[in-house]
Design a protein around this ligand. Structure first.
Ligand SMILES: [Zn+2]
Length: 68
């Protein structure tokens, strides 16, 4: 059983592919949903625009973009 620190808050946790503790994972899911909602209404929005209007971090948006 490998223990790692959460990428975001540094909490000690059991290794997970996301590298995020359950608290940060829930927070990230909320952010992902915010971005999805924004893009549903503004399909032509740029990453910068999404960041400005949803307050979601650029890194999270870029990670989403690279997965889709
Ligand atoms: Zn965390």
């Amino acid at each position: 059983m490998a223990l790692i620190n959460c990428d975001k808050c540094g909490a000690l946790m059991i290794w997970k592919p996301t590298h995020l503790c359950s608290e940060c994972l829930r927070f990230q899911l909320e952010e992902v949903n915010k971005v999805k909602d924004y893009l549903a209404e503004h399909p032509q929005a740029s990453i910068m625009e999404v960041e400005r209007n949803t307050k979601v971090s650029l890194r999270t948006i870029q990670e989403m973009a690279s997965k889709s």
